[in-house]
Design a protein around this ligand. Sequence first.
Ligand code: SAM
Length: 212
Amino acid sequence: MEYNYWNDEYWKNNLANHKGEKLDFLSDIWLNKYTEIFKKVKFGKALDLGCGLGQYTSFLLDKGFDTISADISKDVLKKVKENNPNTETIMLDMSKSLPFQDKQFDLVFANLSIHYFDKETTEKLLEEIRRILKDDGYFIGSVNSSKTYKFIEDIAIELEPNYYKENGRTVRLWDKEQFDYFFKNFKIDVLEEVETERWNLIKIMWEFIVHK
Ligand SMILES: C[S@@+](CC[C@H](N)C(=O)[O-])C[C@H]1O[C@@H](n2cnc3c(N)ncnc32)[C@H](O)[C@@H]1O
């Protein structure tokens, strides 16, 4: 099979290096801050897109959602299924069309996972997410802030404005103007720039809750 950075490097290394450990960020369920707004979401069918280890899949299952957990890494999806036998897992590449029918989901959730793509792909992905959401569906997630540039400036190569290559992967760093552009077809309920921690490193990210 073709080499894939996320499966063959990122998750391979992180799963091996942290075997048996309880990873700190698994308790970083920032959505708990927005309980009042989250209540507006119908707790029906949810997609955890770029689910990683699936901590948000567990959160959504606890809330009563039927979940589909999707990621490009088959290794991490195995973990997700071990931890959440009730979720459906699917390996997919979100830079391509999403393999779901129109208006299927009450919620698409994407935590730190839609920020790896160039402008054209990001635009298409946002359209795809909108397409698979029901008319009253919500899209909730987070992306890296442009303020995290200072952490990668020594190794980053700019490919497009706000879009960089760093080590084996590409990353888009977001500022308010990019939300105005990419999220123009969504109504914004929450957009907050916050500081958090991942793998023991400071991270500045945007949290968003938007709907159709
Ligand atoms: C920083 S991790 C976030 C994981 C999880 N959502 C969380 O909050 O812990 C980014 C995730 O996106 C996945 N990913 C990256 N590119 C992808 C793509 N093109 N299609 C699907 N998943 C992708 C990675 O495998 C990884 O699990």
